[in-house]
Design a protein around this ligand. Sequence first.
Ligand SMILES: O=c1ccn([C@H]2C[C@H](O)[C@@H](CO)O2)c(=O)[nH]1
Ligand SMILES: [Zn+2]
Length: 134
Amino acid sequence: MEKIKLMEKAKEASKKAYAPYSKINVGCAIETMEGEIILGANIENRSYGLTICAERTAIFNYVLGKHKGIKALAIYSANVENTLYPCGACRQVMSEFMKKDTPIICYNAKENKIITETLGSLFPGDVLSEIKPD
Ligand SMILES: O=c1ccn([C@H]2C[C@H](O)[C@@H](CO)O2)c(=O)[nH]1
Ligand SMILES: [Zn+2]
């Protein structure tokens, strides 16, 4: 799928965000190897630390759906000036289910520009392959 199309899905997902505290609605769209689209959005909590990011809700949705591989992941956010990149916790969770060369597509609202990274560029090192489940 074209990056812009996947980003449109992420934008759609951002409308499902529950973000009354930060007012930053983030949406995430995962394209699976089978070509399905899995969505996620951030869900905040009055106990701020319990907030979960859009990327992780999307990845957990992907896992529950028993899909076979992540082809690309797009992150959309409104109300932020700068490009929103995944936080450290999300990068760690991504490392469990994505490959080093899996594209992570970020949207920069300020420049109205799409920036493509990979998991390997955002989460370098060999930790990705250290422990393998059975
Ligand atoms: O990559 C990111 C960064 C932040 N957030 C959410 C968490 C919180 O609800 C709000 C502000 O940080 O944005 C995400 O969903 N994904
Ligand atoms: Zn995160």
